[in-house]
Design a protein around this ligand. Structure first.
Ligand code: XMP
Length: 516
């Protein structure tokens, strides 16, 4: 792999994605990694991320300098660039030349790191400190007005760095520079693609599962659909999918899974109807975390019951089913601090939190992947756009989109509003622009309205359209007013009990995407 060393903030994840977009497999590691640990991972290259600190501040994150002596090509970005400069004998200083945002830069054309691009270009800067003097043996390959050393290179040692942020789209030739580093400077071939991932995963899944049976909870979402298709490719009919109808689903979701997905994949599906069980367990509960825990617990109970039923089937071998497939993605792993020592932001699970005494061994074939890679694999496996292109929908479903306690009536109401929103956004051709659009019912809030010549006292519906690349950060999507008007009109007219539609205009952070 290419190792992306995380110096804090959320740059590392974006860089890891960009490296993969360049066709090279990447993994995020903590900056505390030692040279020996790096060597053990046998990386073909290293990228040092940016971060919020100053290299000369006490306690700022450091890098084992021996990593730069391993003979592995290194590319430093922003803070990582400064760490590199300092470790190699250059000078980092606060020169007053603070730059933030789009900045004109001039490159010293001819160097492979900046090959194939115009001499004058715009890059995204965000720094107070700068490298005032490049280390000995390094050539300066770009500068801006305030930053004489905006990029440097040492071809002999294969060490490179840039002060600006090539991973953000505002840097015109950012991806090109990253690709130049990977392919031309470090000579790493672009061979990370869906086909290879499928091949590798299929082999791993076969090895893990052997001849046992395995179950997979299908949620109707992209991740579990692709995970199941991958496992099915690996072990065929050893896989049985369980679709849990917990009553927190969106309109038409069950039919879509039961008919479309099964027809396309040929996977055996068992639907369990546990709507009553979930509703009873959730009755009177309005605290979000409590809801999540109850839903997680009931999910697992349902899987365990389904497993017992499958074992008891007449033509079964009577052996317990040990394996449970989960559509866990790389950002879930990173956000939970898993494996890389990065910050624990919060734990997301497809099933809303797994108990410690889980009786299943997990099969997680998507654990190393980002959402867009999962979609590409789904397409490669032959899944249609209706499944692969679906917007993310949380495992706890509509249960965490009702602010207040959950009742049948409220669920039905929210389902109607949600269906209208989805229909209108699709009709307006906005699906690709929107990462997802939660529709939230404020069941604990009522406001006065007027309809015909009567007073109403109803609930508001919140629209939460967001644009995002990986759900770690998001911005609210600027939907056209006419689309908003249409949605608002339809909801207030067609959904009894709702007399107001409001728009959430908060980015993430500080808001999360979901309301609970
Ligand atoms: P937040 O609300 O944390 O959501 O900004 C980030 C993304 O994760 C989804 N989400 C979940 N997905 N189980 C899931 O499978 C969960 O418990 C869960 N909670 C949030 C959310 O829809 C968004 O895409």
């Amino acid at each position: 792999p290419v190792l992306v060393v995380d110096f804090g903030a959320q740059y590392a994840q974006l860089i890891a994605r960009r490296v993969r977009e360049a066709g090279v497999y990447s993994e995020i590691v903590a900056h505390s990694i030692t040279a020996a640990e790096v060597k053990a991972k046998n990386p073909v290259g290293i990228v040092l991320s940016g971060g919020p600190s100053s290299v000369y501040e006490p306690g700022s994150p450091t890098l084992d300098p021996a990593i730069l002596e391993l003979g592995i090509p290194v590319f430093g970005i922003c803070y990582g660039f400064q760490v590199m400069a300092q470790a190699l004998g250059g000078t980092v200083a606060q020169t007053g030349g603070r730059e933030y945002g789009a900045t004109p830069m001039r490159i010293a054309s001819g160097h492979p790191l900046v090959a194939g691009q115009p001499d004058d270009q715009t890059v995204w800067m965000s720094h107070g400190d700068q490298v005032s003097q490049a280390p000995e043996g390094f050539t300066v390959v770009a500068s801006t007005e305030a930053t004489p050393v905006a990029a440097f290179a040492n071809d002999e040692r294969q060490l490179y760095g840039v002060q600006w942020h090539p991973e953000v789209k505002h840097s015109e030739f950012g991806q090109r520079v990253l690709e130049n580093f990977l392919h031309d400077c470090a000579k790493i071939p672009a061979d990370w693609n869906s086909e290879n991932v499928i091949e590798t995963q299929v082999a791993l899944i076969r090895k893990q599962i052997g001849t046992s049976r395995v179950i997979c909870g299908l949620s109707g979402g992209v991740d579990s659909a692709v995970a199941a298709a991958l496992v099915h490719k690996a072990v065929g009919d050893q896989l049985v999918c369980i679709f849990v109808d917990h009553g927190l689903l969106r309109q038409d979701e069950r039919r879509q899974v039961e008919e479309d997905y099964v027809r396309i994949t040929g996977i055996r599906l068992v639907t369990v109807d546990v709507r009553e069980q979930f509703l009873t367990a959730l009755a009177g509960v309005s605290d979000p975390e409590t809801k999540r825990k109850i839903i997680g617990r009931e999910f697992i109970r349902t899987f365990e019951q389904a497993e017992r039923d499958l074992v008891a089937e007449a033509d079964a071998d009577g052996q317990p089913i040990k394996f449970l497939v989960q559509g866990t993605l790389y950002p879930d792993v990173v956000e939970s601090g898993g494996g890389s020592g990065t910050a624990n932001i919060k734990s997301h699970h497809n099933v809303g939190g797994l108990p410690d005494d889980l009786q299943f061994e997990l099969v997680e074939p998507l654990r190393a992947l980002f959402k867009d890679e999962v979609r590409a694999i789904g397409r490669e496996l032959g899944l249609p756009h209706e499944i692969v292109g679906r917007q993310p929908f949380p495992g706890p479903g509509l249960g965490i989109r009702i602010v207040g306690d959950i009742t049948q009536e409220r669920l039905d109401l929210l389902r109607k509003a949600d269906a209208i929103v989805r229909f209108e956004l699709t009709a307006a051709g906005l699906d690709d622009e929107i990462w997802q659009c939660p529709v939230v019912l404020l069941a604990d809030v009522r406001s006065v309205g007027v309809m015909g010549d009567g007073r109403t006292y109803g609930h508001p519906i919140v629209l939460r359209p967001v644009s995002s690349e990986d759900a770690m950060t998001a911005d609210w999507t600027r939907l056209p007013y006419d689309v908003l008007a249409k949605i608002s009109n339809r909801i207030t007219n067609e959904v009894a009990g709702v007399n107001r539609v409001v728009l959430d205009v908060t980015s993430k952070p500080p808001g999360t995407i979901e309301w609970e």
